[in-house]
Ligand binder design. Structure first.
Ligand code: SF4
Length: 325
């Protein structure tokens, strides 16, 4: 699908913050001033280590969490200020595929009930639901016989397919895929990724693809956003990010991807990320990566780096970029 980058973005995230109060004096800043756009028909990868705030940001986009501050616009409208009718439409247009297909399906419901739940809420008749569920199961590579079975009768890959059929049941435009393959066996990860790709082509879907691993989003995403401890550190097209990473954290993440070609593997120096990810509770207003960065200076521990556009569409938040013309 061709993406029109001159059109208004389908999703606009503006200075989004999501804080959680932990005790009386502590604030966990899960998402802290994150901004990005997603265009219609695009797949945007949102990547970072576990605990960086990527899933929390995804949940704010679908209103599973109310933002502490900032704005999320969908199709130009603030999602916290929708009328009742608009809210109903938004719930259909935006869907989520969850990380754990073992936990995200109700074990007491049949596949027909799970996939048809949204249709039932839309007031569809039993015949209509049955016909649509059958068609959806076919779309995700399952069949009519699976309708009366329960989630425990399926493998992990099949359960994720059921989760995808459920998301598709209400004809969404935008799907947030929250690490949809990380709980699956490696042998079936590619099948699910290929299916998501095909569905996008056939149905014109827009994806936000959340992953902890840059290698997963490489072939899927037009653009990639790298998050570290609640903040966005680098955004670029996939091509640019993988060929010319600029933020020290992105470089380290990329260097940790195993390389099949032995010559390339030898040429690529592995950049270890020292220490543990710092706590997101009451973080200092400085570069969040400073305690683990091999280039950190005193300034990095005292001043939050501003995001700078280095080349069109390639935005980096690092003090080292001050010297890049
Ligand atoms: Fe490293 Fe400083 Fe850049 Fe942060 S701002 S990534 S600590 S060089």
């Amino acid at each position: 699908m061709i993406v029109d980058y001159n059109a208004e973005p389908l999703v606009q995230v503006k200075d989004l913050c999501k804080y959680f109060q932990v005790g009386r004096h502590a604030t966990l800043k899960a998402v802290d001033g994150v901004s990005f756009n997603i265009y219609r028909g695009e797949t945007v990868g949102l990547v970072g280590e576990s605990g960086c705030g990527k899933s929390t940001a995804g949940r704010c986009l679908i209103r599973l969490y109310e933002p502490t501050s900032g704005q999320v616009l969908y199709d130009g409208k603030d999602i916290t200020k929708l009328s009742r009718q608009e809210k109903k439409e938004f719930c259909h247009k935006v869907q989520m595929i969850f990380q754990n297909p073992y936990a995200s399906l109700n074990p007491r419901m049949t596949v027909k009930e799970i996939v048809g739940e949204g249709l039932k809420l839309q007031g569809k008749s039993n015949e209509e639901i049955e016909a649509k569920v059958e068609q959806l199961l076919k779309t995700v590579g399952l069949n009519k016989d699976h309708m009366s079975r329960f989630p425990h009768e399926f493998s992990g890959g099949q359960r994720q397919r059921i989760g995808i059929a459920r998301a598709l049941s209400v004809d969404p435009e935008f799907i947030i895929c929250d690490e949809p393959i990380s709980a699956l066996d490696v042998s079936i990860q590619a099948q699910v990724l290929n299916m998501l790709n095909e569905l996008q082509d056939n149905l014109g879907l827009t994806y936000l693809f959340i992953a902890h691993d840059l290698s997963v989003v490489k072939y899927l995403s037009e653009r990639v956003i790298v998050m570290y401890l609640g903040t966005v550190v680098e955004t670029a097209t996939s091509e640019e990010l993988y060929s010319n990473p600029m933020h020290p954290y992105t470089k380290a993440l990329l260097s940790s991807i195993p390389e099949a070609d032995p010559d390339k593997a030898q040429a690529n120096r592995r950049i270890p990320i020292k220490g543990e990810i710092s706590s997101p509770i009451n973080p200092k207003n400085c570069c969040r990566f400073a305690s683990r960065c091999e280039f950190a200076t005193e300034r990095c521990f005292n001043e939050m780096p501003a995001a700078r556009e280095i080349t069109p569409g390639h935005v980096v938040a690092c003090h080292l970029m001050d010297d890049v013309k």
